[in-house]
Design a protein around this ligand. Structure first.
Ligand code: RIB
Ligand code: CA
Length: 310
């Protein structure tokens, strides 16, 4: 059965690969893409989302601009990872397709109120500002969301932007707390999973062999892998956001457990920490399927094959 999804995103090279994977997969019907400020400011994330749609030949996909700053914090961006455009590593033309007039939050609320209950899955790939704002403005939508499948957080791999927090959650912890407490079925792809989805020379070569789109993807990963290689000594770039789409397509590639996850919003030292009760040492009720492992070979095989279809 085809799954209706909305991708909420802050492209970002890894977001871009996730969008391409979704657009290459007939199992998924992308109802729209909502851009949020994150890796780079909103004007760039909303531009980059359209660049990716045009790269895939999908100018039919409506792209909406959302929130340009977190709910209660100043914006923190990540040009040091993604470059000043957010899509450094490949030269692509400016988009010709226009942004939709509606605000992304209005699109989210309207779509969830119009589509049959339980028929739309949300796929946030960046800070959760748009999703949190929609839930706060229209609490009635929570019961109508099939599932939220997001990239964010970490447990064993605690943080990448601070010692305690992963970037998406760190940027807007208040929004994340709203999402994790909304009672919506939740799948979390944290750093514990995404740091196992690492590019390698061979995997980048396989992207290049997949054709025009694969060449672009290899250019992007070749750019943004340097941050993780220098920081972690890893062999390549972690493809964080494509893990979200891949979980929808092939959940058997992933392993996790239903646990409680709370978000730290008080302490400046641990702001945005995802406090994951992996060992169930509290009596807090499970609220998320927290993914700890991915079959990296299977993930890259599927991703590469799908990119070759575009
Ligand atoms: O921490 C990784 C996450 O932050 C990814 O979604 C990446 O695109 C950035 O948004
Ligand atoms: Ca992202």
């Amino acid at each position: 059965m085809v799954q209706n999804i909305i991708i909420d995103t802050d492209p970002g090279q890894d977001d871009a690969v996730a969008i391409l994977l979704a657009l290459a997969s007939p199992e998924l019907n992308v109802l729209g893409i909502t851009a949020v400020a994150g890796n780079v400011p909103l004007d760039l994330t909303s531009k980059n989302a359209r660049i990716v749609c045009e790269l895939a030949g999908r100018t039919d996909i409506p792209v909406y601009a959302g929130c340009d700053r977190p709910m209660a914090r100043d914006l923190v961006t990540a040009e040091h990872v993604h470059g000043k455009t957010g899509l450094d590593g490949a030269e692509l033309p400016d988009p010709t397709m226009r942004l939709q007039d509606a605000h992304a939050v209005d699109f989210l609320i309207e779509t969830l109120r119009t589509e049959p209950p339980g028929s739309v899955t949300l796929c946030p790939l960046g800070p959760l500002t748009n999703i949190g704002t929609a839930l706060r403005r229209a609490p009635d939508i929570a019961d109508r969301i099939a599932r939220i499948v997001l990239m964010g957080g970490g447990y064993f791999e605690v943080g990448n932007i601070t010692p305690a927090a992963e970037f998406n959650i760190f940027v807007d912890p208040e929004a994340a707390q709203l999402v994790f407490r909304a009672g919506v079925p939740l799948t979390v792809l944290p750093l514990d999973c995404t740091h196992k989805a690492l590019t390698t020379r061979a995997r980048n070569d396989a992207f290049r062999a997949a054709g025009r789109i694969g060449e672009v993807v290899a250019g992007w990963t070749g750019f943004f892998e340097r941050f993780d290689m220098e920081k972690y000594g890893s062999e390549g770039a972690p493809l964080h956001d494509p893990c979200v789409i891949s979980w929808l397509l092939a959940p058997d590639l992933f392993q996790g457990r239903e646990i409680n996850v709370e978000i730290e919003v008080e302490s400046p030292l641990t702001r945005g920490m995802s406090v994951a009760d992996w060992w169930r040492v509290t009596d807090r009720a499970p609220n998320a399927l927290f993914i700890g492992h991915v079959d990296a070979e299977g993930f890259f095989q599927m991703l590469t094959e799908r990119l070759g279809r575009l």
